[in-house]
Design a protein around this ligand. Sequence first.
Ligand code: HEC
Ligand code: HEC
Length: 243
Amino acid sequence: MVAMPSLPIHCRLAVLALCGLLAATSARADLADATERLAACSACHGEQGEGVRGAEYYPHLAGKPAGYLFEQLQNFRDGRRVNAQMTWLVGSMDDAYMAAIATHYAAMPPRTRPADTGAETLTEAMRQTAVRLVEEGDPARDVPPCTACHGKALTGLEPAIPALVALPADYIIAQLGNWRSGVRHAQPPDCMAEVARDLSPGDIRAIAVWLSRQVAADGAGPAPAGSFLPPRACGAMPHGEAP
Ligand code: HEC
Ligand code: HEC
């Protein structure tokens, strides 16, 4: 697992600003004045949820499937996913408010450029490992290809599978490590926990560094719901092919 970079000063200030925001929130579901209400989120996630240059570990939110974003807000609130900043921020939000936030960010243009982390060098051996696992999986270890769920273009699948393009390597390594160590859970069946446990740390590093360099076509968002069937059921995507 990778240690999280120390919190940039603007994010620390954002936490303070959010105290006021949450106090004023009182479970209202309309986000007509979203820009103002979500201003404190923008310090770490970007004004349109596009992410913040120089603080690339903080994930972008723009264009991710609404169902996925909603699940994550619930996961932080309900303890299935642990991050001190996020847990604190969402602690008093109700489902209606979370759904409104998720819809707001899902409607923003998806980020498709490679993540800018100055990630480590991708060796030829790492590239080969990554391409094989992402596109073909490893039947001997029961690892399905990432593309079978995240889509051939790696831009995700509505309503609850996020894109794997435009994520920084450090973030991917941390999330897969969190699934392996039980710090991150999705609703059962938690298919990502199974995938993460079946990969070695070396596989994860190779996949993460390779993924962080991939690009999707401008504006390419998640594939429409039902456009393909994942090979397994996952919590928020209950329909998968029979094994
Ligand atoms: C102080 C910085 C900070 C602020 C402010 C902040 N976040 Fe986050 N957020 C994070 C970090 C760091 C993560 C990744 C945590 C992890 O490693 O699991 C995250 C993750 C998320 C995720 C999951 C993203 C994904 O792709 O899985 C969502 C959704 C989210 N934040 C929404 C919000 C919303 C909405 C607000 C405002 C109410 C907010 N955040 C404010 C730091 C912040
Ligand atoms: C059986 C379907 C399935 C397969 C196969 C799969 N994923 Fe996932 N993945 C999901 C689902 C569903 C989620 C959303 C989980 C949640 O709600 O937290 C997810 C989420 C993720 C996330 C979190 C993204 C974020 O923004 O926080 C990462 C990283 C990830 N997958 C990487 C991979 C990699 C790498 C592979 C291939 C080795 C892979 N996945 C294979 C279904 C799958």
